[in-house]
Design a protein around this ligand. Structure first.
Ligand code: FES
Length: 317
């Protein structure tokens, strides 16, 4: 973790603000790759992840953009209301859980609303690498889309296609046409609201796209633990302990309360930073991070939100 200065705070669209972050001493920042995010420690106990959206070759700044969501659990509102230019804030090192596969011949990038942020960094990177790509940017109306002018004036403007709900029919997202001919040399990357992503991914699957070619990043997820969930226990094989997990409490909470150190970040099953290896038992995967194949393998799970179908889950801890 280190301190960083908010050099610029800018309204990018209705409800969306960008933050340019620089070293307070003017030093170079640790490099990042397209799709990476940083943890922002907004205040004690409130940590949020935001994708870096500036060109990945830049080391003099990080740029993030934040949507002020009325339904947020406090992070986006606090970013909008209480972080100002000149403030010093604490961040973590860039981490990438949404890496671009460098081997494809063509990349299809889909962004829904604020999901543009990792896609913007990817578009910059692919353009710099001379790769073939198309960025499809979807939203309700232009006023709510960030970085429209930047994209229209970018050197890769020809590869950017806007699809607005209130635009003419001719610019609507035509998924059958875009996804109609899957080929092993194409990769699809998508970020946006859950419904939008499911819609695009299901269409791709239905048209024969292989799961390995579908890459997605969820930026929010409903909290899924309820009082109706059955209780179970986790066995920590290495330390030979058994911890009871009651209904309405997460494995992560119970592990931390028991003094077991577990990394975590989003606590919503989105980022993957809490992944724990599973040795026995069947996890009830409720995250949005693991792929279908990874879930089937049953050899790891996200304790921040996932539970267990078996009465006992044995963890490699
Ligand atoms: Fe992010 Fe568990 S903390 S997936």
């Amino acid at each position: 973790m280190h301190k960083i200065k908010v050099n610029r705070k800018l309204k990018e669209a209705e409800g969306i603000t960008s933050f340019e972050l620089v070293s307070p001493a003017g030093d170079e920042l640790p490099a990042f790759t397209a799709g990476a995010h940083i943890d922002i420690h907004i205040r004690p106990g409130l940590v949020r992840q935001y994708s870096l959206c500036n060109p990945p070759g830049e080391t003099h700044r990080y740029v993030i953009a934040v949507l002020n969501e009325p339904t947020s659990r406090g992070g986006s509102k606090a970013m909008h209301d209480s972080i100002e230019e000149g403030d010093l804030i604490t961040i973590g090192l860039p981490r990438n859980l949404f890496e671009l596969d460098g081997g494809a011949e063509h990349y299809l990038l889909f962004a829904g609303g604020i999901g543009i942020t990792p896609m913007l960094a990817m578009a910059h990177h692919l353009y710099a690498q001379g790769k073939s790509f198309a960025l499809h940017y979807c939203g309700r109306t232009a006023a709510r889309l960030a970085f429209v002018q930047q994209l229209r004036h970018s050197p890769f403007a020809n590869a950017v296609h806007f699809h607005l709900d209130d635009g003419p029919t001719s610019q609507r997202l035509d998924l059958p046409q875009l996804l109609g001919t899957p080929s092993p040399s194409q990769q699809l990357y998508i970020c946006g609201p859950t419904g939008f992503m499911d819609f695009v991914l299901n269409e791709a699957r239905g048209r024969g796209w292989h799961e390995d070619a579908l890459h997605r990043e969820y930026f929010s997820a409903p909290v899924t633990t309820t009082a109706q969930d059955p209780a179970f226990e986790v066995e920590l094989r290495q330390s030979q302990r058994v911890i009871a997990i009651p209904a309405a409490r997460t494995v992560l909470e119970m592990l931390l309360e028991a003094g077991v150190e577990v990394a975590s970040s989003c606590e919503q099953g989105v980022c993957g930073s809490c992944l724990i290896p599973v040795l026995e038992g069947q996890p009830d995967h409720r995250d949005q991070f693991l792929t279908a194949q990874e879930r089937q393998a049953n050899n790891c799970f996200t304790p921040c939100c996932s539970r267990s179908f078996s009465p006992r889950l044995v963890l490699d801890l």
